[in-house]
Every structure is written in structure tokens, then in C-alpha cells.
Ligand binder design. Structure first.
Ligand SMILES: NC(=O)c1ccc[n+]([C@@H]2O[C@H](COP(=O)([O-])OP(=O)(O)OC[C@H]3O[C@@H](n4cnc5c(N)ncnc54)[C@H](O)[C@@H]3O)[C@@H](O)[C@H]2O)c1
Ligand SMILES: [Zn+2]
Ligand SMILES: [Zn+2]
Length: 361
């Protein structure tokens, strides 16, 4: 029988979110229902409620979640009821043109639940990033539920499902940061700090944190930044160059999602350096770069979708790093809140008070 649960819904562009009754169907073939235990508040949720992703309101928000598998539909073999899982917004299909070429971290046809969760009156909900997890139970494709070690507490483990994985992978998978590299990370929220931690772990010799908020810069140091630049007070391109012998960095990571920050990252690179764009722009933003600068500087401009991760490969690795004390996921959890306080969490995020508020269910 379908479940009636409470969930956080964005009903209209820019309107405060509300908690509504959500109808979750029983899982069909290839689907599972997951009892959500914790779900982080990511900036992408705010992008959804501002209408900056698309206009498919109403949205069921939340997508950084850990929980227990509740029920499974026919033909599900990768998980069973009771399994502890982190939800992924990429579940490679194995059949699209990218998967067939062995590049399943780009999968162009990632699996989501076939059935739809609805409001009590039957209005279909668009689940954020194909998940929707600020809700007591959610329906996803079985491949989106990735088993991890249950020793990792849900508040921390859930963060692997989006922001932390995106930042970690932006540095290591997309940017290819390795031993001896110089790195600058623009925007030190949950995503940027994960990129900083990953760069430090990979042996980068200089990791420069750039943000407009001194508190964020202090936290970035705790994740492994060797230097910090407040780009509201100092020209960040000049500052990054001054910290790298006048040359710029090997890898510049944009984790804000704004054209002016893209340009800072673009010009803060050394020759042949890589720019990784992990911040999500809104549909109206445009870029203008002198073509000779693009060509003459060489290197690569690389968007990073979900840190080019493979959830079944990468989630267990990050959880093991966490459980062995080498990756401090707990440091991302600034506050735990209940499901009625997501709007307050957006405000705290905008004020820069938190890295992650985590909804505990
Ligand atoms: N590509 C992906 O797969 C992916 C996944 C998750 C999140 N994201 C995106 O990454 C971005 C960051 O997400 P988050 O959750 O870390 O957000 P956040 O709000 O926690 O952090 C953003 C940070 O950027 C800083 N900032 C704002 N304006 C700035 C500027 N002009 N220059 C430098 N710093 C500035 C803020 O002070 C804050 O510290 C968002 O755009 C989000 O949508 C992308
Ligand atoms: Zn595919
Ligand atoms: Zn996210």
C-alpha cells in the first residue's frame, strides 16, 4: 500500500518551502523505497526553489541522503530491506552511448524511479535531482541506492550523496589533482571544502582557498587549505599568482556558479592549467572570454557533473576514508535540524553561518 509521509516541497518560484503530505507508491520493478534517516541541505536545493534549475514545480527537495531500504520491487538484486544506503543521483544505465564506451561516470540516461511521488491531491512531484529526500520515505531506482558501511552515521554519510562527492571528485576525478600540484578553490562551502580536503589528501603542495567570507576561509584551513584569499578585499587573480611564484595554479576549481568567479578561476591558472567548473550556473548567465586568452593559455576547461563519480566505486571509498579517520566528514555537519526548518537552513546558508545543515528524520 502507498505510504503517506511528510516532505519538504517548493511549490512556486522563490516561495518559501512548505511541509506537505507526500504519497509514496509501493516500489515497482527496479524500484526501492528508502526510509530516509538524514539529508543535507545543498545549495542546489535552493537553486531549485529559486527556479534556477527548471520550472517543473512543485519540487520535492533534498538529495544528500542516507537511510535504510524499506521495501524493494520485483527484480531488485543490488539491495534488500534493511540495507544501509546512500542515495546517488547517478545510477549508470549501462546501455547509453557513454556507458557503452566505458564512460559510465557521464551516463546520459541515468536511472530514476519510473513511478511518481505525488501530493495528497495527486499532483505529481518533481524530485530534486531525481531523488527528493527531505521526506520520511522516498522512491528511487534501485541503482540509486548504494550500500555503504552502517558504521558511518547518517548525518555524515548522506553528504557523500551530493556536495562532498561533487567537490572531492571535481578535484581528483575531473581536475586530476595529484602530488605536487598547486590548486585554488573558489567558493568554500560544502562543495569547495571537499575539493580542498581531496586536494590536500592527494598531495597538492599549495591549496589556496578563495571566498568572500572570512569564516568560510577559516573553516577551509581546517580542511587543508595552505593559504586563503578574501576576494572581496583582494584581487584573487593577483593573490593566487603571488602565492605561486607569479605563475598561477595548475588546477582552479570554481565552486560558486557565477560568471565573474569563472573568470577569476580562468585567469588564476598557470599556462596549460585546468579549470574545473563545479558550481552550477543559472540558465541566464553568459560568459565572454577573449578567444586568444582561451587558446593562448592552453590547458582545459572542464565542467564537473557530480565530480565525475561512479557512486558504487566512490561512495564506499569515501566512507572508508571517513571511518578510518582520514577524511573528516563530521566537520561538514554544522547543524542538525528537523524537517520543518529547511527554509531557516536556506537562510543560514545564505548568511554563511553553516557548511551543511542536515535534516534528521
Ligand atoms: N556540479 C555538481 O555536480 C554540483 C553538486 C553539488 C553542488 N553543486 C553546486 O556547487 C555550488 C556550491 O555549493 P555549496 O553547497 O558548497 O554552496 P554553499 O552555499 O555552501 O557555498 C558557496 C560558497 O561560495 C562563497 N561565495 C559566494 N559568492 C562568492 C564569490 N563571488 N566569490 C567567492 N566565493 C563566493 C560563499 O561564501 C560560500 O562559502 C552551488 O552552485 C551548487 O549548486 C554542484
Ligand atoms: Zn548510461
Ligand atoms: Zn547537491
Amino acid at each position: 500500500m502507498a505510504s503517506e509521509v511528510r516532505g519538504v516541497v517548493a511549490t512556486a518560484k522563490g516561495a518559501p518551502v512548505t511541509v506537505e503530505t507526500v504519497i509514496v507508491p509501493d516500489p515497482g520493478p527496479g524500484e526501492v523505497v528508502v526510509k530516509v534517516q538524514a539529508c543535507g541541505v545543498c545549495h542546489t536545493d535552493l537553486h531549485y526553489r529559486e527556479g534556477a534549475i527548471n520550472d517543473d514545480f512543485p519540487f520535492l527537495l533534498g538529495h544528500e541522503a542516507a537511510g535504510r531500504v524499506d521495501t524493494v520491487g520485483p527484480d531488485v538484486t543490488n539491495v534488500a530491506p534493511g540495507d544501509y544506503v546512500v542515495l546517488a543521483w547517478r545510477a549508470p544505465c549501462g546501455r547509453c552511448r557513454s556507458c557503452r564506451r566505458g564512460r559510465s561516470w557521464y551516463c546520459f540516461d541515468s536511472a530514476n524511479a519510473t513511478q511518481t511521488m505525488t501530493l495528497a491531491d495527486g499532483t505529481p512531484l518533481s524530485p530534486a535531482l531525481g531523488i527528493g529526500a527531505f521526506v520520511e520515505k522516498t522512491l528511487v531506482a534501485a541503482g540509486q541506492a548504494v550500500k555503504v558501511d552502517p558504521a558511518a552515521r547518517p548525518e555524515a554519510a548522506g553528504l557523500i550523496g551530493c556536495g562532498v562527492m561533487a567537490g572531492f571528485g571535481a578535484a581528483l576525478n575531473t581536475g586530476g589533482v595529484s602530488r605536487g600540484d598547486t590548486v585554488a578553490v573558489f567558493g568554500c562551502g560544502g562543495v569547495g571544502d571537499a575539493a580542498i580536503a581531496a586536494s590536500a589528501m592527494a598531495g597538492a603542495r599549495i591549496v589556496i582557498a578563495v571566498d568572500v567570507d572570512d569564516r568560510k576561509l577559516q573553516w577551509a584551513r581546517d580542511f587543508g587549505a595552505t593559504d586563503t584569499v578574501n576576494s572581496r578585499e583582494t584581487d584573487p587573480v593577483e593573490a593566487v599568482k603571488a602565492l605561486t611564484g607569479g605563475f598561477g595554479v595548475d588546477v582552479a576549481i570554481e565552486a560558486v556558479g557565477r560568471p565573474e568567479v569563472f573568470l577569476q578561476a580562468f585567469y588564476a591558472r598557470d599556462l596549460a592549467g585546468t579549470l574545473v567548473q563545479v558550481g552550477v550556473p543559472s540558465p541566464t548567465m553568459t560568459l565572454e572570454v577573449p578567444m586568444i586568452e582561451f587558446f593562448g593559455r592552453g590547458g582545459a576547461l572542464r565542467p564537473s557533473w557530480y565530480g565525475d563519480c561512479l557512486p558504487t566505486r566512490d561512495f564506499p571509498i569515501l566512507i572508508d576514508l571517513y571511518l578510518s579517520g582520514r577524511f573528516d566528514l563530521d566537520r561538514f555537519v554544522s547543524a542538525t535540524i528537523d524537517i520543518d526548518h529547511v527554509e531557516d537552513a536556506f537562510a543560514a546558508m545564505q548568511r554563511g553561518d553553516v557548511l551543511r545543515s542536515v535534516v534528521v528524520l
